[in-house]
Design a protein around this ligand. Sequence first.
Ligand SMILES: Cc1cc2nc3c(=O)[nH]c(=O)nc-3n(C[C@H](O)[C@H](O)[C@H](O)COP(=O)(O)O)c2cc1C
Length: 181
Amino acid sequence: MTVLIAFATVEGQTAKIARFISSVAKNAGFNAKLINTDEMSSHVSLDDVVKVVLLAPVHERRHPESFEAFVASNRDALMKRKSLVLSIGLKAAFASGREEARDYLNEMLMRTGFEPNETALVAGAVRPENYGYFEREILEHVVLLGRKIDPRDGAQEFTNWDELTSIMIDFLGGIGPANQL
Ligand SMILES: Cc1cc2nc3c(=O)[nH]c(=O)nc-3n(C[C@H](O)[C@H](O)[C@H](O)COP(=O)(O)O)c2cc1C
C-alpha cells in the first residue's frame, strides 16, 4: 500500500516535513512515494496509491503555483483516495494567526476545487540564510509583525514534530502490522 506525498518548497522546511512524514508512513507499514511538484510533469501515475498527503508552504498568502497546478490537474484521481492537506506557514505558529492561516488554505482549496478528507495547519520555520533583502522585509514587517522574532537572530523552527506524527498516525489509521495487510 502506497502513500503519495506531494509537496512544494521554497526554502526547504516543507521538504524536511515531507521527508519526515514519509518516514512516519514507512514506519506505519506503508510504501511512500515522495514527489516535488516543481520537479515533475503535471500528471503522475496513482495506480498503486491508497492515500495522499499534499503539503506546501505559504509565501505572501499563497501556496506555490506548481503545487496548485499539480492539485488542480490531478484533482479527480487524488480525490478518489483518502487525502490530507497540510498548509505550512508562520501564521500557523501563533494562535492569533491561525484564522488567517486557515483562510490561505481555504482559498487554495477553492481555487483548485480540491476537497480533502482532512486538513491541518502546520507551523514552518524562519530560515534567514535563504532570504534576500525583500524576503527579510516581508517577514519582519508583514508575516511576523508584532512578534518578538527577528530574522536576524538566525534560523528558528516552529514545526511541532510530535503533533505532526500524531496527525499522520491518525490519518494512516494507526501504526503497525494491520497496515501491512
Ligand atoms: C517572503 C516570505 C513570505 C512569507 N509569507 C507568509 C505568509 O503570507 N503567511 C505565512 O503564514 N507564512 C509566510 N511565510 C513563512 C513561510 O511559510 C515559512 O517560512 C515556511 O516554513 C516556508 O516553507 P518552505 O521552507 O518549505 O518554503 C513567508 C516567508 C517568506 C520568506
